[in-house]
Write a protein that binds this ligand. Sequence first.
Ligand SMILES: Nc1ncnc2c1ncn2[C@@H]1O[C@H](COP(=O)(O)OP(=O)(O)OP(=O)(O)O)[C@@H](O)[C@H]1O
Ligand SMILES: [Mg+2]
Length: 341
Amino acid sequence: MKIVVYLGTGGVGKTSVAAATALSRARRQADKSLVLTIDPALRLRTALNLRERTLEQVVPLVPPGKGELWAALLDVRATLDDAVNMYAKKGQADRILNHPIYAQIADSLVGMQELMAVERIDQLSRRGFEYIVVDTAPSRHAIEFLDKPMAFADLVGSGWVKLVGRTYQFVARTGMMSLGRKSMDLYARVESLLGANLVQQVLDFYSIFVSIAEGYARRAEKTVALLKDPAITEFRVVTTPQKALRDARFFFSALKERGFPLGTVYVNRVWPHDASGAGGAPGLESDVLAWYAGVRQSHLHAIEELRKEYSGQPVSILPLAELDRDVDGLDALERIASQLG
Ligand SMILES: Nc1ncnc2c1ncn2[C@@H]1O[C@H](COP(=O)(O)OP(=O)(O)OP(=O)(O)O)[C@@H](O)[C@H]1O
Ligand SMILES: [Mg+2]
């Protein structure tokens, strides 16, 4: 199994490049390749046949590829429902799914998206996907999807959560207002991880959710181990020429700190035409050509800078051309796929 994780700041083309990567694999390799997307633009969503609350779907390719292309939306609620159905103790799934706090947990816990991305990777690997391309949330904080699951696993594994869960129930039953100091310390930790206002409800809910939480923690540890294994996982950054050096530095060191190597930086939206030699009629036409050539030159310069910065490191720096249209369908994805290297 291979996992490719795309990171990048907002609007740089992560979702487009992630989908193109899965497509490229499906064209060349006789296995099941899947892109796990987050919030794709409407037209790409339609092209990939994606709908809310559905699991992965096959994307028909014309002509067919050697393998299959699949796509899925990271749907936090559907992923959690799936985990509950799979891992709840017998007879408890419905109780959990219908618990009033359950919907709140699924919809509003800070960090839930990161927790569920890791759960989803586990679910997908069990369903026989051999090549999983993961798109991440549009921010520098996306890197936290590596931290949150482990922090959660540590908490659940610590046993303190269970203790506080029980203490909390006791407190609620007896109307006692204070908790012990150790419990309060844990509250503070849970609050900083998950956000303050839901903590009490979460702990209240915890006693029935415990089997899922423990199962989740075990799976998260396993999945994060897969993500740490360079034979299985490659981290890639998508950026644009304007932000290339800044983004690459940020993600390179954020990954390094966590013990994950960076494999590839794609510099997306590089202007593709070499207009430097083109003459053009004097006046507006040659002004436009000179402007285009100047911008393209600055794009190539950004790539050079990046290559210099990472010379001697096992990081590939690859350009992707600006298309003459939005990435709104399979044709455009094919055009990106053909450049991936
Ligand atoms: N190489 C390209 N040529 C032309 N347009 C592109 C290219 N790459 C991406 N785009 C366009 O840029 C916009 C953002 O792309 P995309 O949604 O893939 O980025 P993203 O990094 O996933 O964004 P977000 O951070 O919002 O999730 C889209 O309109 C897409 O069509
Ligand atoms: Mg996106």
